[in-house]
Ligand binder design. Sequence first.
Ligand code: SF4
Length: 393
Amino acid sequence: MTTTSAPVSTLALLLLGQSSDLVSERGVDCPGVLPPASDPDLVERATAAKAALGDSVFILGHHYQRDEVMAFADATGDSFKLARIAAERPDVENIVFCGVHFMAESADILTGPDQRVLLPDLAAGCSMADMAARDQVDRAWATLREAGLSAGTIPVTYMNSSAAIKSFTGEHAGAVCTSSNAAAVMRWAFEQGQRILFLPDQHLGRNTAVRDLGLSLSDCAVYDPRLPDGGLTRSELTDAKVLLWRGHCSVHARFTTDSVAQVRERVPGIQVLVHPECQHDVVLAADFVGSTEFIIATIEAAPAGSSWAIGTELNLVRRLASAHPDKHVTFLDRTVCYCSTMNRIDLPHLVWTLESLVAGRAVNRITVEVETAKWARVALDRMLAMPGPSARD
Ligand code: SF4
């Protein structure tokens, strides 16, 4: 293995083969000859297919997508913003959603029956959304009902959940939330009942309950769907103001307080900016906490020369670093970590999707069953009807 030659900045995002950091092994050189990250033919083919499809196709790109995919996006944003953009384009026949499965489901729920939503790779799921299955949540609700608690419990589900869980939430008088409006939705829920069942991200639920609503950690109890009665006693179920589903984002939950302490030690004066899907102690240790859109806006507004360590998905952090060369932007952790499912969408899959449309075939269409979509829409509409911050992931 070839080791480093160039001096390494404490802040640089190290790309493969460009330099390296012996402590973390970031950026180690490849001993062989790598093919280009994107075959130039693929760029030409995607360009040609998109041109051939004209106004009949609209490509949405989530902030966590690869650059090679984002280059073809007609609109970029977080999951909710993209779903809303899709809903505002009833004239478009085909929406190619470069994101993950639950996002394509939301777009299908919010668009017309004649519009098709396509996900270039069906393997692009979300580990957090997969942590709450409908049968598990139904069982949890039965437990609450047997304990005489379901009537006063309001489900709140994060946008990052399956259509089936949004549907459950709509059927049981609850609402969807995003990381921008979670506090407003939770306050609304406490006006409807005494207790919240927060799905599926325990960290967003806990951070919002404690930081924004002033509840204590002891007001929150973690409901583990793999254990009988969620692993909680009857009194723990009764006393909890917020029942946090035991789910998490595999990307954001990996940041630790050690990551924060180490970056502060390496770079005096650096400001730490994290997403609320991070663990509670990480959020407490950070300087700023907010949604993907908040993170982007904060870096855009930051003064030249300021230093930032960001705890969110690496594709976005890399893009922010290259878009703001006058600021020092680095990934919060010393080792790189992409969202593996987001990265399933690559240029070959996008080309395949577009060329299939040109050939008259709609591949990987995502459709939500009518009854599920109806109740999921109810939960989404309850959120949209609430005052407060704009709905952003
Ligand atoms: S970053 Fe986390 S929440 Fe977002 S798609 Fe990946 S696993 Fe799911």
